[in-house]
Design a protein around this ligand. Sequence first.
Ligand code: MTE
Ligand code: MO
Length: 530
Amino acid sequence: DPDLPRFRIAEVRKHGADSDHPWVIYGDKVYDITDWIPAHPGGQVILRAAGGSIDPYWNIFTIHKNQYVYDILSQYLIGYVDQADLVNGKPAQDQIEDPFENDPERHPSLITRTAKPRNAETPSEALSAQFLTPNELFYVRNHMWVPTIEDSKSDDYRLTVELLDGTMKEYTLRELKTRFPSRKVTAVLQCSGNRRKHMSDDSGRQTNGLPWTSGAISNASWEGVLLSDVLADAGFDLSEAMSGSSETQHVQFMGLEAYGASIPIKKAIDPQGDVLLAYSMNDKPLPRDHGFPLRAIVPGHVAARSVKWLNHITLSDEESTSQWQRKDYKCFGPNQTKVDWDAAPAIQELPVQSAITTLKLGKWLDSKIEPNVLKNDQDQAVTSQNPPQQEISMSGYAFSGGGRSIIRVDVSLDGGGSWTQAYLLPDCVSKNGMPSPCQGHGAWSWKRWVFEGSVPLDTFKEKHGGRPDDPVTAAANSKTPDSGQKRCTTVLVKATDDAYNTQPESHAATWNFRGNLATAWHRVQVCTDC
Ligand code: MTE
Ligand code: MO
């Protein structure tokens, strides 16, 4: 409609989130979204864009790139951006807000996979160097920007709890901290995409999603209040739920930037489930990247359920309707690429996982003539000569979901032909009168393992299964020139949990197009030029 008015961008800016009539720009059009806000499925988050362009947000929430969304928006058209503010028919780039401009500073050692939104993995050495991952090296998985809550206002931060019958109760963070007993739980968070790159590299098949290696996992001590305490206070009948007769089946969590996910009520009320509303990480306030000032911690479950910047909890008879609950975090068969999302359950408890995170080659041990006495048919003693041996040392982590502990880590130095066991570090044991650093009712933390051994020269022959661009592989081979002489072997690790679940041998067997739950044996190629 050419008769509609034209607005300067400076005018649009006056219609920000706090105004009575918030406006947004989409392309070169101006909309008054006042009437849309109460009906917007993502709730108030749409106000993030008020006073400026909605385009960069819709590039993040790609669900909006649909005709029906454009149709809704078109009802609210009030005018156009003035020609004076347009370049090639659009607001100039420097006029468009960067949704990520208030994201926090990050530690330079984190390995960035995407900068906006921030997705970064823990460097491999740091994965096994300490039992508790330092906050600044804890992996970061953000789908959107990092919401800004001022430190001074964090005690007034509000959490709303909504019961199935619509009853709502609000808590400030101050109330949560003072009215409920605080609990500490030591727990791993692992992204469902951890080791996705290994899955695509080993199977030779592409997957959708971020190409994480082994560092989308970390371990920390979390402090907060029990979700079940807060639910009971809000009026939820825990004993009815325990008896299995409650209509409430799911606890939905919503973050400030509209990320959402849910967990089954069974986990939420399990007295041994240790589900926290956490405000502290390794005895410090939650860092902004990890959900400041409040997040859910769901130990033993995929980290996608541990919603950050938590501001709304809804008890429901159905799962969260978010794409992160109903879609993305599910697995299908290796042959299934066009799927019925509803046909598979959302990932909750994690399967068993392990990885090699450091690998060093040491000295060559000289060949020794040992009287290796064998009995042959003729009952004659034979003497064999042992070949030289290459010293090797490795470390890594192993973890299983659902509170299942790791009972064994097996290592092979010859591609899976023979096996030996790694040593599990006694991290969760009290030492010198100090209490154990592990708190909670399940094996929620990882087990770190170390291995020292040697590889006989004649093992170095095969050349398969390696990933030259994997950081662990690259470090292990940095001293070996790429000459034609090279001979290689594959060292690998697998773990077993206390239900005797173990990892699959190949990624090809568990390949799924989203690249979730890449848990196959972790293989690292090691080469020698001897
Ligand atoms: N919560 C919110 N609000 N927004 C998010 O993007 N990402 C989820 C989960 N909770 C996410 C979130 C996913 S997929 C993971 S793996 C973990 O947070 C990552 O937690 P971390 O960044 O503290 O390691
Ligand atoms: Mo994740």
